[in-house]
Design a binder for this molecule. Structure first.
Ligand SMILES: [Zn+2]
Length: 324
């Protein structure tokens, strides 16, 4: 699919995302004000899955494509799975992947970046394959937090009149499996953070796994025999209802950005939009078959306005060479 058409679809989806149900239920509206003013243009990247090989040139190309935009973004929001799979790689391989990240971002990107951690950013979740014990000083989120210069595995900040919250929402079990969601400690932190923020400050939530996603229904054989649906607990927040309730209570949570599914979708509930932003790596850098379920490699351009409204488009980028 060519870029223009996909961009048009992205913009069309955004325009359709006006939910009268949400307006009535939450006393909010996502209908843009006639005199709204854009305060920030951000690029949303996710699922870079960087490792040695085609991913190196691909990621560089993505940054080049982004900065070649006539109306270029001034901030990058990255929702995780930045390196290929630190959860199941040993120390040497994980170090190599992070070294590649440093090299490519220093060479190709001069924009400020904010991050959320993905399941593959957590070093050693699979202890057997990563050859870790859990007692290594950089085990878990520590390594990625240090590499990415984050204040911690979850945090918040303000920019251009908007509030931003980065969550770490992969809940691992001892066997290295996981579900999407927040433990009580992080949930309480989030609730406190949102209540403390000025109520009129529109908010963006960054998380790797989607809090709500429509595409979770369509990434496998989710139709249950005999009727109904089965959604994997790792595909979407298992505590989505609890978070949605919080968002309705505090108000003005306008946009939740995520990745993880390598698919693109937009949902809106109670005045909050949920955008699942494809993947920089597409089909995990598979040159022979670059799109995952029809979704090409790409990133999102998102305009944030002073009235809390936002416009989103998914931008596919080409590699600039013919894959072998
Ligand atoms: Zn993921």
């Amino acid at each position: 699919m060519d870029l223009t058409r996909r961009q048009a679809i992205g913009a069309g989806l955004a325009a359709l995302g006006v939910a009268s149900f949400g307006q009535r239920a939450a006393g909010q509206t996502s209908v843009p004000a006639a005199n709204r003013r854009r305060v920030l243009r951000v690029a949303h990247i996710t699922d870079c899955h960087l490792q040695a090989g085609p991913a190196e040139g691909g990621l560089a190309r993505c940054f080049q494509h982004m900065r070649s935009q006539a109306d270029a973004p001034t901030l990058i929001l990255n929702t995780g799975d930045t390196v290929f799979n630190a959860d199941a790689r040993d120390e040497a391989e994980t170090a190599l992947q992070w070294a590649l990240w440093r090299r490519i971002t220093r060479a190709e990107n001069s924009l400020p970046m904010e991050h959320a951690l993905g399941n593959h950013c957590f070093w050693g979740a699979n202890r057997e394959r990563s050859k870790t014990t859990g007692r290594e000083p950089r085990w878990g989120t520590k390594w990625a937090v240090d590499e990415l210069g984050m204040p911690g595995p979850y945090y918040s900040f303000d920019r251009a009149g908007w509030h931003f919250v980065s969550l770490f929402n992969t809940r691992f079990n001892d066997a290295g499996g996981y579900t999407g969601g927040l433990d009580d400690e992080q949930f309480e932190w989030l609730a406190e953070d949102l209540r403390r923020r000025p109520a009129n400050r529109p908010t963006v939530i960054l998380s790797h796994i989607s809090i709500v996603s429509v595409c979770s229904f369509f990434d496998g054989n989710n139709e249950r025999e005999g009727g109904g649906w089965t959604i994997n607990g790792g595909a979407m927040h298992t505590d989505a209802r609890r978070l949605m309730q919080l968002f309705r209570e505090v108000g003005n949570v306008r946009l939740c950005l995520s990745g993880h599914k390598h698919q693109v979708d937009l949902a809106e509930l109670y005045g909050t939009r949920y955008w699942c932003g494809g993947a920089v790596s597409g089909n995990w850098w598979n040159d022979a078959n670059p799109a995952h379920l029809g979704f090409e490699r790409g990133y999102s351009l998102i305009d944030l306005y002073d009235d809390g409204s936002n416009d989103i488009q998914y931008v596919e980028y080409d590699l600039g060479y013919k894959p072998a």
